[in-house]
Design a protein around this ligand. Structure first.
Ligand code: CAA
Length: 258
């Protein structure tokens, strides 16, 4: 069967594109499994430094596959949600940066996929929302958790409990995305962000990502302890010596990911 998740590595950036346009890139079980496979490869490959994730056509992802869910029992629904969480957790917890480029509809599981990424850049054509309650269900790939953590409980409840669909500028105002741009500059904005991060020390970038994620899951004392240990552990890297030497010698650092 043809694959729906396309990918290509160019100069350290892995471009992942969900291409199942006949269903506006909806996530069925096999697309979720493909995403898991491709992100596992991205995490383990030395050739991949940063990931850019987008959708082909007029959608980023229009949600979990309603056709497939229609037939599902509660047990099958649980299995689907578990698989969705497995994919989102993999993306959120990998050390490499992942940037979502929201080119069009990012609804339901599509917005949840974008929320698992580190950054979200939306095109002016983006339409985002969690319309699940209109289908008699709730967000099942982490939306009730990640959206509330990102924008606060009140705003998350309003979006999720009304099912309202908003545009990119409104998403920016709410803090769901960090940047909005014209459709023809979306990719270039994503590449610019990836390149900026790729100039920094990769182990430090990864450790910072992990420590920030930690702040969302643990009490502040445990989070501070985790930061102290991570701070100490990057002191043992060659890149710490390189970064500081470069500063003192007034030159550009050449990081080695070591
Ligand atoms: N699942 C399955 N198929 C979908 C789909 C989805 N989530 N979204 C769109 N499609 C299909 C449509 O059924 C249609 O297929 P046919 O041509 O075979 O009829 C095709 O994609 C094109 O869609 P439309 O004709 O509807 O396109 P449109 O431009 O008129 O409307 C849209 C676009 C507003 C996004 C509309 O398609 C829509 O509302 N889609 C559903 C969005 C949604 O409710 N998402 C949440 C799903 S539940 C979820 O995600 C649960 C979770 O948290 C895990």
């Amino acid at each position: 069967m043809a694959r729906s998740v396309k990918f290509e590595n160019k100069e350290g950036i892995l471009y992942i594109t969900i291409d199942r346009q006949e269903a506006l890139n909806a996530l069925n079980v096999s697309v979720l499994e493909e995403l898991y496979e491709v992100f596992t490869m991205a995490e383990n490959s030395e050739e991949v430094k940063t990931v850019l994730l987008t959708g082909e056509g007029k959608a980023f992802v229009a949600g979990a596959d309603i056709q497939q869910m229609y037939e599902m029992s509660p047990k099958e629904g649980r299995d689907m949600a578990k698989l969705g969480h497995k994919v989102m957790n993999l993306i959120e917890n990998m050390e490499k940066p992942v940037i979502a480029l929201i080119n069009g509809f990012a609804l339901g599981g599509g917005l949840e996929l974008a929320l698992a990424c580190d950054f979200r850049i939306a095109s002016t054509k983006a339409k985002v929302g969690q319309p699940e309650v209109g289908l008699g269900i709730i967000p099942g790939f982490g939306g009730t958790q990640r959206l509330a953590k990102l924008i606060g409980k009140g705003k998350a409840k309003r979006l999720i409990m009304t099912g309202e669909i908003i545009d990119g500028l409104k998403a920016l105002e709410l803090g769901i995305v960090e940047e909005v741009t014209e459709p023809d500059t979306l990719m270039e904005k994503g590449v610019a962000l990836a390149e900026t991060i790729m100039k920094k020390a990769p182990l430090a970038v990864g450790a910072a990502k992990t420590a920030i994620n930690k702040s969302m899951d643990v009490d502040s004392k445990s989070g501070s302890d985790f930061e102290i240990e991570s701070f100490s552990s990057v002191f043992s890297t060659e890149d710490k010596m390189e970064g500081m030497s470069a500063f003192l010698e007034k030159r550009e650092a050449a990081f080695k990911n070591k």
